[in-house]
Structure formats: C-alpha cells, structure tokens
Design a protein around this ligand. Structure first.
Ligand SMILES: Nc1ncnc2c1ncn2[C@@H]1O[C@H](COP(=O)(O)OP(=O)(O)OP(=O)(O)O)[C@@H](O)[C@H]1O
Length: 246
C-alpha cells in the first residue's frame, strides 16, 4: 500500500445464512470470506479478481455494511465509500431525471441549497463529458456508456475518498469500456480518489490498477503490484487465471 490508508480490512470473515426451505426455516450459516486482510492507500487503484462466486461482491457488501454477519475489522479512514455497479440501467431510477438522480446524493448529504446542488450537477455533467441539457433526460434516453457515466458521477459528486466499483465496465462494448476506464482515471486524479476495482477481466485490471488481489473461494491467495503479478505470478490459481485471459 502507498501513503496513508483510506480503508483497512483485518482478518475479515463473512457469512450468509441460507434459507433451508420455502417455510423459512433457517439453513446452515455458510462462510464466504476467510481471513481477508488488506489496505487501500490514498489515491490507489486496487484490483480484486477471481472467478464468479468466489466472494468479490460479498467483500464490497461487507465493507459497505450491507452484509452484517461478519467478524474481523473494517476501518474507514474517511467518509463511507460509494459504489458503482455493473449494470447502470438497474442502478439508476428510471422514473427520475438525470438532474434529480445526481442531486439526490447531495440532498442525502445535507446540502439544502437548491442552487448549489444544481450548480454542482451542471459542473459534474460537464466533467463527465455531457452537456447540461442531459439533466432533463431520463436514464432510458441515454446509451449504456452515458448511463455508466451518470452512475459514476452520482458516486463521485459527494467527494468520497473511496469508490467500490463492482465490474463497472463488464456490461459495455470494448470501445466504450476504454472511454469509461479513461474517465475513471481522470476522476481519480482530479478528486484524489481511491478505487477498489472488482473485475473478472485481468486485461482491464492491467490497464487500470496499480495493485491487484486474487481471490479464490473467499481467500486472497496472492497480492502484488500489477507488474509483478503479471510477470511473476506465484500462486497456481493466478497462473491459471492469466493463462485463461490470453
Ligand atoms: N444473499 C445471499 N445469501 C446466501 N448466499 C449468497 C448470497 N449472496 C451471495 N451468496 C453466495 O456467496 C458466494 C459468493 O458470492 P459473490 O456474489 O460474493 O461472488 P462474486 O465473486 O462477486 O461473483 P460474480 O463475479 O459472479 O458476481 C456464492 O456462492 C453465492 O452463491
């Protein structure tokens, strides 16, 4: 980790209670994350890779406080992180305008001055490459890439220090992916952001991240700088993932 930490996770174990039957009887308590420890430094972009079902989303849901059944320590050194999801369509309220959607996090964070909120929204729209007229549109009137720009903007608009991005470009075409990755890098520099960037795509992680953690069945089996991990993978599972991504 570089610099002062924005997030520290120590010896984290997370669990889900499975429903055993349609009658609502409680099923077994299943451990998903096993002794996960890492830190994210200020301004760092840390990748988290691993195959489907290994526990990546569970880790971000535990960090956000959505998964409550856990032990270990989660230490936030700044305000709560914000989240960017894979599917920008389902994460944006279809009934509201883009202006309303971008104002909402500002309202929720207690900014009462309507003119100040509108000015912040106009600034943010310009920053993500859309003109102010987009404030009056609804999500259905935007392309997939534009919708993902809006969901990134709604995460950044309250100036958090850490963004948890869960497969934020996986649903997009490759050319749009490149534009969104560029936007994420620009915003990271402009706003001094850190990202935990969750992806099953090692090529995307290579382009964006400085450090990467590899997760297998809820365990971080390897962690290193991106260069070292790609050049000299230590764990057999990392080698397997790299071979599959060629
Ligand atoms: N609400 C839940 N209740 C019970 N089990 C769950 C719940 N959510 C996820 N799981 C299980 O926890 C495990 C980890 O799921 P998780 O969504 O964290 O994986 P993931 O690595 O993010 O996968 P993907 O890349 O497919 O999103 C899986 O076996 C999944 O079935």
């Amino acid at each position: 980790m570089q610099g002062e930490p924005v997030l520290e996770v120590r010896h984290l174990n997370s669990y889900y209670q499975e429903n055993a039957s349609i009658f609502g009887r409680k099923g077994p308590r299943r451990q998903i994350l096993h002794d996960v420890s890492f830190s994210i430094g200020r301004g760092e972009i840390v990748g988290l890779v691993g195959e489907s079902g290994c526990g990546k989303t569970t880790l971000s849901r535990t960090i956000l406080g959505i998964v409550k059944d856990y032990d270990g320590e989660i230490i936030h050194h700044s305000q709560r992180p914000q989240m960017v999801f894979q599917d920008p369509f389902s994460s944006l309220n279809p009934a509201r305008t883009i202006g309303w959607i971008l104002e909402e996090p500002l309202r929720a964070s207690g900014i009462r001055d309507k003119a100040a909120r509108k000015a912040a929204v106009a600034d943010m729209l310009r920053r993500i490459g859309l003109d102010e007229s987009y404030a009056g549109r609804r999500p259905s009137e935007l392309s997939g890439g534009q919708r993902q720009r809006i969901s990134i903007a709604s995460a950044v608009i309250t100036h958090p220090k850490l963004i948890l991005a869960d497969e934020p470009v996986s649903a997009l075409d490759v050319t749009i992916q490149a534009q969104i990755l560029r936007l994420l890098v620009e915003l990271q520099r402009d706003y001094d952001l850190s990202y935990l960037f969750i992806s099953h795509d090692l090529n995307v992680v290579y382009q964006l991240c400085s450090r990467v953690m590899v997760m297998k069945e809820g365990v971080i089996v390897e962690e290193n700088t991106v260069e070292a991990l790609f050049d000299h993978p230590q764990h057999p599972y990392t080698r397997q993932l790299l071979a599959a991504s060629l």
